[in-house]
Design a protein around this ligand. Sequence first.
Ligand code: AKG
Ligand code: FE2
Length: 272
Amino acid sequence: MTDVVNLINHRVPGSHIAYYIPNFVSEYEEEHLIRKILESPHQFWKDLPNRRYLVCTPALDSTDTSERGQVEGYPPRTYSSLKTSRPSSRTYLVTRIRDTGAFQSSPHGAPNHIILNEYKPGQGIMPHEDGPTYHPVVATLSLGSHAVFHYYKYKPEEEKGVAPSTTAIFSASTGLGRAIDKEPVMSLLLEPRSLVITTSDLYTSHLHGIDDVREDTFGPEYGPPMANVELLADAELKEAVQKGGTLERETRYSLTCRDVEKVAARLAPLRR
Ligand SMILES: O=C(O)CCC(=O)C(=O)O
Ligand SMILES: [Fe+2]
């Protein structure tokens, strides 16, 4: 892994609550992590039409349930651990994320919870909120492919009715159906091996999502600008974003690392 990062050098321009760190892990580490991910037993994965995911804790082995808990939107039966060799790749990763200082004020001072998602080309995740279960800092590592991450806001309450530019969605914070503004407030290109850290109300009062497309096309007529373009490390990707171009998606794995403030339910050990 690379040296300890100084977050201040990675602030997304125009935002004081998002940080983008390219090449947070090396190609060798990426390959190792993907291999470990693919070794996770099939029964631990939860298949959805547009992605599959599993939930694990960063530091515990598969027989230790002491820190496991229920996370809103994620059924308890998916709780498991990634199969890892010693020393745990997850522990190492979490230590490095802790060392960025982003989780300094979180209850455990470091992520204690990881959601692993796998997206094939053409898959994505609808705009959603993650709910109030977590401390409002999230660190997401991307592996295997790039993705374009959009952040959205809700339409103001007084705008009743769903206009053509909005989508009605259930809000985890209010429990009500609300209309979202389809124009993203911010969009980021996440390179493979990058870490993005978002905090504060980008997390608590906004939604986030990834379009279910096979390729991403950039250019003024194709969609919103990428707020982190100046921070991109890969010259080819950067040029595609700056001058206009198309990037084909490959299989992407994301590790969404957070601190669960309150563990809502203790779970029985997995028997398999
Ligand atoms: O794959 C990602 O980066 C986003 C995952 C996500 O938003 C979630 O699992 O709630
Ligand atoms: Fe999410």
